[in-house]
Design a protein around this ligand. Structure first.
Ligand SMILES: [Zn+2]
Length: 269
């Protein structure tokens, strides 16, 4: 229903729309060049605030896994060169930004314990970028902003008290930002794209299931930061298991074609 309404909106008002890699209709109001600029700016901010990890073994390992993913044609098409930075921080988290930026917090390596599990995280993060989830989210926020402006001007003719109440309710949580938590739709789409990417790069897609099992275990106490920007839901592991039927043959094909990444897990110190 929402999709049909969106298509009508796109046709009538000439709003920019797109179709995600999984075939979902999307609202896209920002030029991709603008998203890339925002991504680069955010990345610089994070680099200024967070110390980078200087351990050569850790950097080589993360770079090895990231390279296997970013050298895939679909990922290169998004950005020809990807900057990868390991942050010296205990956070169990990672992110990818438009404009070809990948950040990995060292703490993630305590949960993503194998090269395949790290590839599952990076595939998922790059999946968000490939599906332009940032653009879609900002566009949705713009749409919310436009709607609020309309309501405000309409209510301006009514009494001021009720107008403020309505604005407070409607405006609640309507923030624009590219590091906000993702929606469930974006999460499961990134899971699907990520599992496909890791398989194409020659990583065993079973590792994506193991990763989320580790995440679940790690969230026994304080939930990992990854879960605060990536809300978990019960069906995630089940969906990834179901995805194996299509991604295992892709993985076997990639291995047969010589895509056999051998990234050496650094010894923790
Ligand atoms: Zn995500």
């Amino acid at each position: 229903m929402f999709t049909r309404a969106l298509i009508t909106l796109c046709a009538v008002f000439a709003i920019s729309c797109a179709v995600s890699p999984t075939g979902r209709e999307q609202l896209m109001m920002m030029p991709e060049s603008q998203m890339a600029a925002m991504g680069a700016e955010s990345f610089d901010e994070i680099k200024k605030k967070t110390p980078q990890d200087t351990d050569p073994a850790v950097n080589a390992y993360v770079r090895c896994v990231a390279d296997a993913i970013t050298s895939l044609p679909a990922v290169r098409k998004e950005s020809a060169s990807w900057e990868v930075v390991v942050f010296d921080d205990k956070q169990i988290n990672a992110f990818a930004l438009p404009g070809g930026k990948i950040g990995v917090y060292k703490g993630l390596l305590s949960v993503a314990k194998t090269q395949g599990q790290l590839a599952a995280v990076l595939g998922h993060e790059v999946g968000h970028v490939l599906a332009h989830h940032g653009n879609e989210r900002v566009s949705q926020q713009f749409a919310v902003g436009e709607a609020l402006a309309l309501i405000e001007s309409w209510m301006a003719v009514k009494n001021t008290g009720s107008r403020h109440t309505a604005m407070a309710v409607l405006g609640l949580g309507a923030q624009v930002g590219i590091l906000l938590p993702y929606s469930r739709i974006h999460e499961s789409e990134a899971d699907r794209i990520g599992q496909d990417l890791m398989a194409r790069a020659g990583f065993d897609p079973h590792e994506s299931v193991a990763l989320w099992q580790n995440m679940a275990k790690a969230s026994g106490g304080q939930p990992p930061e990854f879960l605060s920007t990536h809300p978990s839901h019960g069906s995630r592991i089940k969906d990834l298991q179901a995805g194996l039927a299509t991604t295992v043959p892709v993985y076997e094909q990639a291995q047969a074609e010589g895509h056999r990444p051998q990234c050496h897990v650094p010894v923790p110190r």
